[in-house]
Design a protein around this ligand. Structure first.
Ligand code: PMP
Ligand code: GLN
Length: 387
Protein backbone atom coordinates (compact mmCIF):
# COMPACT_ATOMS: atom_id res chain seq x y z
CA UNK A 1 0.00 0.00 0.00
CA UNK A 2 1.08 3.57 -0.54
CA UNK A 3 2.64 5.24 2.50
CA UNK A 4 0.53 7.42 4.74
CA UNK A 5 1.80 10.89 5.57
CA UNK A 6 5.26 10.55 7.15
CA UNK A 7 4.83 13.37 9.69
CA UNK A 8 2.06 11.55 11.54
CA UNK A 9 2.88 7.96 10.60
CA UNK A 10 4.74 6.31 13.44
CA UNK A 11 4.53 9.41 15.63
CA UNK A 12 4.26 8.33 19.26
CA UNK A 13 1.12 9.14 21.24
CA UNK A 14 1.51 12.49 23.04
CA UNK A 15 3.28 12.23 26.37
CA UNK A 16 0.28 13.78 28.16
CA UNK A 17 -2.04 10.98 27.10
CA UNK A 18 0.58 8.32 27.77
CA UNK A 19 1.28 9.53 31.29
CA UNK A 20 -2.40 10.04 32.15
CA UNK A 21 -3.09 6.47 31.04
CA UNK A 22 -0.16 5.19 33.11
CA UNK A 23 -1.45 7.14 36.13
CA UNK A 24 -4.89 5.54 35.72
CA UNK A 25 -3.40 2.06 35.36
CA UNK A 26 -1.41 2.40 38.58
CA UNK A 27 -3.92 4.55 40.46
CA UNK A 28 -1.25 7.24 40.85
CA UNK A 29 -1.79 10.92 41.64
CA UNK A 30 -1.63 12.50 38.21
CA UNK A 31 0.60 15.57 38.27
CA UNK A 32 1.54 14.84 34.65
CA UNK A 33 -0.95 16.23 32.15
CA UNK A 34 -1.73 19.88 32.82
CA UNK A 35 -5.31 20.30 33.96
CA UNK A 36 -6.93 21.56 37.18
CA UNK A 37 -8.74 18.96 39.29
CA UNK A 38 -11.47 21.45 40.21
CA UNK A 39 -13.69 22.83 37.45
CA UNK A 40 -13.73 26.56 36.75
CA UNK A 41 -16.33 29.08 38.04
CA UNK A 42 -19.84 27.75 38.53
CA UNK A 43 -21.45 30.90 37.12
CA UNK A 44 -19.66 30.34 33.80
CA UNK A 45 -20.74 26.71 33.74
CA UNK A 46 -24.34 27.74 34.47
CA UNK A 47 -24.37 30.14 31.52
CA UNK A 48 -23.22 27.22 29.35
CA UNK A 49 -25.83 24.87 30.79
CA UNK A 50 -28.64 27.34 30.21
CA UNK A 51 -27.44 28.10 26.70
CA UNK A 52 -27.38 24.38 25.87
CA UNK A 53 -30.86 23.81 27.35
CA UNK A 54 -32.44 26.92 25.83
CA UNK A 55 -30.64 26.73 22.50
CA UNK A 56 -30.21 27.30 19.70
CA UNK A 57 -27.71 24.48 19.37
CA UNK A 58 -27.23 24.88 15.64
CA UNK A 59 -24.18 26.15 13.75
CA UNK A 60 -23.22 29.56 15.10
CA UNK A 61 -21.53 32.15 12.83
CA UNK A 62 -18.33 30.71 11.41
CA UNK A 63 -16.01 33.22 13.08
CA UNK A 64 -17.68 32.81 16.46
CA UNK A 65 -20.73 34.30 18.15
CA UNK A 66 -20.54 38.13 18.05
CA UNK A 67 -20.84 38.28 21.85
CA UNK A 68 -17.61 36.29 22.31
CA UNK A 69 -15.71 38.08 19.56
CA UNK A 70 -16.68 41.39 21.19
CA UNK A 71 -15.60 40.04 24.58
CA UNK A 72 -12.21 39.04 23.16
CA UNK A 73 -11.77 42.50 21.64
CA UNK A 74 -12.81 44.11 24.95
CA UNK A 75 -10.35 41.91 26.89
CA UNK A 76 -7.55 42.96 24.54
CA UNK A 77 -8.29 46.57 25.41
CA UNK A 78 -8.88 46.00 29.11
CA UNK A 79 -5.73 43.99 29.81
CA UNK A 80 -3.26 45.25 27.20
CA UNK A 81 -4.59 48.50 25.75
CA UNK A 82 -4.94 46.91 22.30
CA UNK A 83 -7.49 48.39 19.96
CA UNK A 84 -9.14 45.45 18.18
CA UNK A 85 -12.01 45.36 15.69
CA UNK A 86 -14.10 42.36 16.74
CA UNK A 87 -15.58 41.96 13.26
CA UNK A 88 -12.35 41.65 11.30
CA UNK A 89 -9.67 40.82 13.87
CA UNK A 90 -11.08 38.09 16.16
CA UNK A 91 -11.71 34.41 15.43
CA UNK A 92 -13.08 31.77 17.81
CA UNK A 93 -11.57 28.29 17.47
CA UNK A 94 -12.00 24.87 19.06
CA UNK A 95 -9.14 25.36 21.49
CA UNK A 96 -5.76 27.01 21.12
CA UNK A 97 -4.64 23.83 19.38
CA UNK A 98 -6.99 24.48 16.48
CA UNK A 99 -5.85 28.10 16.37
CA UNK A 100 -2.22 26.96 16.08
CA UNK A 101 -3.11 24.46 13.38
CA UNK A 102 -5.08 27.10 11.44
CA UNK A 103 -2.14 29.52 11.64
CA UNK A 104 0.30 26.94 10.32
CA UNK A 105 -2.02 25.97 7.50
CA UNK A 106 -2.73 29.58 6.53
CA UNK A 107 0.58 31.40 7.01
CA UNK A 108 3.26 28.82 6.25
CA UNK A 109 4.32 27.42 2.88
CA UNK A 110 6.58 24.51 1.96
CA UNK A 111 10.19 25.71 2.04
CA UNK A 112 9.58 28.27 4.79
CA UNK A 113 11.48 28.24 8.05
CA UNK A 114 9.78 28.63 11.41
CA UNK A 115 11.75 29.55 14.52
CA UNK A 116 10.81 27.50 17.60
CA UNK A 117 12.15 27.75 21.12
CA UNK A 118 12.67 24.43 22.90
CA UNK A 119 11.28 23.07 25.19
CA UNK A 120 8.30 22.86 22.84
CA UNK A 121 4.64 22.26 23.47
CA UNK A 122 3.92 18.91 21.86
CA UNK A 123 1.97 19.92 18.74
CA UNK A 124 4.35 22.63 17.50
CA UNK A 125 6.88 20.56 15.59
CA UNK A 126 4.42 18.23 13.82
CA UNK A 127 2.30 21.21 12.76
CA UNK A 128 5.34 23.03 11.36
CA UNK A 129 6.53 19.94 9.53
CA UNK A 130 3.07 19.08 8.18
CA UNK A 131 2.99 22.57 6.70
CA UNK A 132 6.15 21.64 4.78
CA UNK A 133 8.36 24.05 6.71
CA UNK A 134 11.68 23.51 8.42
CA UNK A 135 11.92 24.19 12.14
CA UNK A 136 14.90 26.28 13.26
CA UNK A 137 15.39 25.45 16.91
CA UNK A 138 16.74 27.59 19.70
CA UNK A 139 16.81 26.13 23.18
CA UNK A 140 16.53 27.20 26.75
CA UNK A 141 17.42 24.67 29.44
CA UNK A 142 16.69 24.24 33.13
CA UNK A 143 17.23 25.43 35.72
CA UNK A 144 17.73 29.02 34.50
CA UNK A 145 15.96 28.83 31.09
CA UNK A 146 18.16 31.64 29.77
CA UNK A 147 17.64 32.66 26.16
CA UNK A 148 20.89 32.87 24.20
CA UNK A 149 20.31 36.02 22.19
CA UNK A 150 22.97 35.22 19.60
CA UNK A 151 21.54 31.76 19.01
CA UNK A 152 18.10 33.31 18.55
CA UNK A 153 19.41 35.85 16.06
CA UNK A 154 21.25 33.09 14.18
CA UNK A 155 18.02 31.08 13.82
CA UNK A 156 16.47 33.87 11.73
CA UNK A 157 17.35 34.08 8.05
CA UNK A 158 15.95 34.99 4.64
CA UNK A 159 13.58 31.99 4.67
CA UNK A 160 12.12 32.74 8.09
CA UNK A 161 8.36 33.06 7.76
CA UNK A 162 7.48 33.09 11.43
CA UNK A 163 8.43 32.51 15.03
CA UNK A 164 6.08 30.47 17.17
CA UNK A 165 6.42 31.84 20.69
CA UNK A 166 4.86 30.40 23.82
CA UNK A 167 4.78 33.04 26.55
CA UNK A 168 4.34 32.26 29.44
CA UNK A 169 6.09 29.08 28.42
CA UNK A 170 5.05 25.49 29.00
CA UNK A 171 6.85 23.53 30.48
CA UNK A 172 9.63 25.99 31.39
CA UNK A 173 7.31 28.28 33.37
CA UNK A 174 9.43 31.05 31.89
CA UNK A 175 8.02 34.52 31.27
CA UNK A 176 10.01 36.30 28.59
CA UNK A 177 11.62 39.52 29.82
CA UNK A 178 11.06 42.91 28.20
CA UNK A 179 14.56 42.70 26.69
CA UNK A 180 13.91 39.26 25.25
CA UNK A 181 10.59 40.39 23.79
CA UNK A 182 12.24 43.47 22.29
CA UNK A 183 14.89 41.30 20.65
CA UNK A 184 12.28 38.91 19.25
CA UNK A 185 10.22 41.81 17.90
CA UNK A 186 13.30 43.35 16.33
CA UNK A 187 14.23 40.08 14.61
CA UNK A 188 10.69 39.53 13.37
CA UNK A 189 10.46 43.03 11.91
CA UNK A 190 13.95 42.92 10.38
CA UNK A 191 13.18 39.62 8.65
CA UNK A 192 9.70 40.67 7.59
CA UNK A 193 8.31 37.64 9.41
CA UNK A 194 5.21 36.85 11.49
CA UNK A 195 4.93 36.05 15.17
CA UNK A 196 2.45 33.37 16.19
CA UNK A 197 2.05 33.85 19.94
CA UNK A 198 0.61 31.07 22.04
CA UNK A 199 -0.46 33.01 25.14
CA UNK A 200 -2.82 30.47 26.72
CA UNK A 201 -1.25 31.19 30.15
CA UNK A 202 -1.66 34.98 29.77
CA UNK A 203 -3.52 35.24 33.10
CA UNK A 204 -1.31 32.84 35.06
CA UNK A 205 1.79 34.87 36.02
CA UNK A 206 3.18 35.01 39.54
CA UNK A 207 4.94 37.32 41.98
CA UNK A 208 3.29 40.45 40.63
CA UNK A 209 4.32 39.91 37.01
CA UNK A 210 2.03 41.21 34.27
CA UNK A 211 1.73 39.56 30.88
CA UNK A 212 3.03 41.61 28.00
CA UNK A 213 1.84 40.39 24.60
CA UNK A 214 4.48 40.58 21.85
CA UNK A 215 1.70 42.16 19.78
CA UNK A 216 1.98 45.34 21.87
CA UNK A 217 5.61 46.00 20.90
CA UNK A 218 6.45 48.58 18.22
CA UNK A 219 5.98 47.23 14.71
CA UNK A 220 4.29 44.03 15.89
CA UNK A 221 0.56 44.83 15.77
CA UNK A 222 0.32 44.03 12.04
CA UNK A 223 2.49 40.91 12.05
CA UNK A 224 1.43 39.11 15.22
CA UNK A 225 -1.23 36.51 15.89
CA UNK A 226 -2.21 36.27 19.55
CA UNK A 227 -3.84 33.08 20.79
CA UNK A 228 -5.72 32.56 24.06
CA UNK A 229 -7.71 29.69 25.56
CA UNK A 230 -10.70 29.48 27.88
CA UNK A 231 -9.25 26.17 29.04
CA UNK A 232 -6.52 27.89 31.00
CA UNK A 233 -8.16 31.24 31.76
CA UNK A 234 -11.26 29.61 33.27
CA UNK A 235 -9.95 26.20 34.37
CA UNK A 236 -12.17 24.45 31.84
CA UNK A 237 -9.63 22.56 29.75
CA UNK A 238 -12.16 20.07 28.38
CA UNK A 239 -14.18 22.79 26.70
CA UNK A 240 -11.63 23.49 23.99
CA UNK A 241 -12.65 27.07 23.28
CA UNK A 242 -9.81 29.20 21.91
CA UNK A 243 -9.64 32.69 20.47
CA UNK A 244 -7.27 34.39 18.15
CA UNK A 245 -6.54 38.05 17.50
CA UNK A 246 -4.76 39.26 14.35
CA UNK A 247 -4.79 42.03 11.77
CA UNK A 248 -7.45 41.50 9.06
CA UNK A 249 -5.01 40.46 6.32
CA UNK A 250 -3.68 37.67 8.57
CA UNK A 251 -7.02 36.75 10.08
CA UNK A 252 -8.60 36.26 6.67
CA UNK A 253 -6.53 33.25 5.52
CA UNK A 254 -6.50 31.86 9.08
CA UNK A 255 -10.30 32.00 9.03
CA UNK A 256 -10.30 30.08 5.75
CA UNK A 257 -8.22 27.35 7.39
CA UNK A 258 -10.67 27.33 10.32
CA UNK A 259 -13.57 27.14 7.87
CA UNK A 260 -12.37 23.76 6.63
CA UNK A 261 -10.98 22.43 9.91
CA UNK A 262 -13.82 22.73 12.44
CA UNK A 263 -15.92 25.53 10.87
CA UNK A 264 -17.47 26.37 14.27
CA UNK A 265 -17.20 25.79 18.02
CA UNK A 266 -20.17 24.80 20.28
CA UNK A 267 -22.32 27.94 20.66
CA UNK A 268 -23.35 27.39 24.31
CA UNK A 269 -19.71 27.23 25.38
CA UNK A 270 -18.96 30.38 23.40
CA UNK A 271 -21.69 32.32 25.24
CA UNK A 272 -20.33 31.12 28.57
CA UNK A 273 -16.75 32.11 27.69
CA UNK A 274 -17.99 35.56 26.63
CA UNK A 275 -19.53 35.88 30.09
CA UNK A 276 -16.26 34.67 31.67
CA UNK A 277 -14.10 37.20 29.83
CA UNK A 278 -16.20 39.94 31.38
CA UNK A 279 -15.59 38.78 34.94
CA UNK A 280 -14.35 41.38 37.39
CA UNK A 281 -10.78 42.12 38.43
CA UNK A 282 -11.22 40.01 41.56
CA UNK A 283 -11.46 36.90 39.38
CA UNK A 284 -8.38 37.77 37.34
CA UNK A 285 -6.49 38.43 40.58
CA UNK A 286 -7.54 35.27 42.37
CA UNK A 287 -6.66 32.91 39.50
CA UNK A 288 -2.88 33.53 39.65
CA UNK A 289 -3.06 34.17 43.42
CA UNK A 290 -4.50 30.71 44.11
CA UNK A 291 -2.10 29.04 41.70
CA UNK A 292 0.90 30.86 43.15
CA UNK A 293 0.02 29.47 46.59
CA UNK A 294 -0.16 25.99 45.06
CA UNK A 295 3.16 26.51 43.32
CA UNK A 296 4.71 27.43 46.65
CA UNK A 297 3.06 24.53 48.45
CA UNK A 298 4.39 21.94 46.00
CA UNK A 299 7.80 23.60 45.62
CA UNK A 300 8.31 23.74 49.38
CA UNK A 301 7.23 20.13 49.81
CA UNK A 302 9.55 18.91 47.08
CA UNK A 303 12.48 21.00 48.34
CA UNK A 304 11.97 19.66 51.85
CA UNK A 305 12.36 16.13 50.50
CA UNK A 306 15.52 17.16 48.68
CA UNK A 307 14.48 17.62 45.05
CA UNK A 308 15.81 20.62 43.13
CA UNK A 309 13.05 22.96 41.97
CA UNK A 310 13.56 25.38 39.07
CA UNK A 311 12.10 28.89 39.27
CA UNK A 312 8.50 29.20 38.07
CA UNK A 313 7.21 32.57 36.88
CA UNK A 314 3.86 31.40 35.50
CA UNK A 315 1.78 28.49 34.05
CA UNK A 316 0.74 25.32 35.93
CA UNK A 317 4.13 23.68 36.05
CA UNK A 318 7.22 23.09 38.16
CA UNK A 319 10.37 21.66 36.66
CA UNK A 320 12.03 19.39 39.19
CA UNK A 321 15.64 18.23 39.22
CA UNK A 322 15.96 14.54 40.11
CA UNK A 323 19.76 14.49 40.36
CA UNK A 324 19.84 14.64 44.17
CA UNK A 325 18.43 11.10 44.11
CA UNK A 326 20.64 9.62 41.40
CA UNK A 327 17.73 8.49 39.28
CA UNK A 328 19.82 8.32 36.10
CA UNK A 329 19.49 10.33 32.93
CA UNK A 330 16.42 8.66 31.42
CA UNK A 331 13.67 10.97 32.65
CA UNK A 332 10.95 8.93 30.93
CA UNK A 333 12.05 5.88 32.93
CA UNK A 334 12.14 8.04 36.07
CA UNK A 335 8.54 9.16 35.48
CA UNK A 336 7.41 5.58 34.93
CA UNK A 337 9.18 4.49 38.08
CA UNK A 338 7.70 7.28 40.17
CA UNK A 339 4.22 6.38 38.90
CA UNK A 340 4.56 2.70 39.70
CA UNK A 341 6.68 2.83 42.85
CA UNK A 342 5.74 6.16 44.45
CA UNK A 343 2.22 6.57 43.07
CA UNK A 344 2.91 10.03 41.64
CA UNK A 345 2.91 10.79 37.92
CA UNK A 346 5.03 13.48 36.27
CA UNK A 347 6.01 14.21 32.67
CA UNK A 348 9.61 13.88 31.42
CA UNK A 349 10.97 17.25 30.34
CA UNK A 350 12.92 15.55 27.52
CA UNK A 351 9.57 14.99 25.76
CA UNK A 352 9.59 18.74 25.00
CA UNK A 353 12.89 18.64 23.08
CA UNK A 354 13.48 17.21 19.61
CA UNK A 355 16.77 15.61 20.68
CA UNK A 356 19.71 15.89 23.10
CA UNK A 357 17.53 16.90 26.01
CA UNK A 358 18.67 16.97 29.60
CA UNK A 359 17.51 13.69 31.19
CA UNK A 360 17.11 14.53 34.83
CA UNK A 361 14.23 16.97 34.89
CA UNK A 362 10.56 16.14 35.31
CA UNK A 363 7.51 18.40 35.08
CA UNK A 364 4.87 18.40 37.81
CA UNK A 365 1.52 20.17 37.53
CA UNK A 366 0.38 22.05 40.63
CA UNK A 367 -3.13 23.11 39.53
CA UNK A 368 -4.57 20.55 41.96
CA UNK A 369 -6.38 20.60 45.30
CA UNK A 370 -4.10 21.26 48.28
CA UNK A 371 -4.82 17.86 49.81
CA UNK A 372 -3.82 16.21 46.54
CA UNK A 373 -0.54 18.15 46.43
CA UNK A 374 0.14 17.26 50.07
CA UNK A 375 -0.55 13.59 49.44
CA UNK A 376 1.75 13.61 46.40
CA UNK A 377 4.55 15.12 48.49
CA UNK A 378 3.91 12.59 51.28
CA UNK A 379 4.10 9.72 48.80
CA UNK A 380 7.33 11.02 47.28
CA UNK A 381 8.81 11.50 50.75
CA UNK A 382 7.95 7.90 51.69
CA UNK A 383 9.42 6.64 48.44
CA UNK A 384 12.62 8.60 48.93
CA UNK A 385 12.84 7.39 52.54
CA UNK A 386 12.40 3.76 51.52
CA UNK A 387 15.19 3.79 48.96
N1 PMP B 1 -0.50 25.72 24.08
C1 PMP B 1 0.02 25.42 25.27
C2 PMP B 1 1.35 25.99 25.64
C3 PMP B 1 -0.64 24.58 26.16
O1 PMP B 1 -0.10 24.26 27.33
C4 PMP B 1 -1.89 24.05 25.77
C5 PMP B 1 -2.61 23.12 26.69
N2 PMP B 1 -3.70 23.75 27.17
C6 PMP B 1 -2.40 24.40 24.52
C7 PMP B 1 -1.69 25.23 23.70
C8 PMP B 1 -3.71 23.86 24.02
O2 PMP B 1 -4.79 24.59 24.45
P1 PMP B 1 -6.28 24.12 24.12
O3 PMP B 1 -6.62 23.06 25.11
O4 PMP B 1 -7.10 25.34 24.25
O5 PMP B 1 -6.26 23.56 22.73
N1 GLN C 1 -1.46 21.59 27.95
C1 GLN C 1 -1.48 20.38 28.72
C2 GLN C 1 -0.10 20.08 29.28
O1 GLN C 1 0.86 20.69 28.94
C3 GLN C 1 -1.96 19.18 28.01
C4 GLN C 1 -2.98 19.30 26.96
C5 GLN C 1 -3.09 18.01 26.22
O2 GLN C 1 -3.02 16.95 26.81
N2 GLN C 1 -3.19 18.10 24.93
O3 GLN C 1 0.00 19.17 30.07
Amino acid sequence: MKPTNPVYTGLPTTVFEVMSQLARTHDAINLGQGFPDVDGPEDIRRVAAEAVVNGPNQYPPMMGVPELRQAVADANRRFYGLDVDWRTEVLVTSGATEALSDCMAALIEPGDEVVLIEPLYDCYLPLVERAGATARMVRVTPPDWRLDQEALAAAFGPKTKAILLNNPMNPAAKVFSDDELALIADLVVRHDAYAICDEVYEHILFDGRRHRPLMTLPGMRERTVRIGSAGKTFSLTGWKVGYLTAAPNLLDPITKAHQFTTFTTPPGLQHAVAFGLGKDDAYYGSLPGDLQAKRDRLAEGLSRIGFGVAPCAGTYFLTVDTRPFDLGDDDAATCERLTIEAGVTAVPVSAFYRSDAPGHFIRLCFSKRDDVLDEAVARLARWVGDR
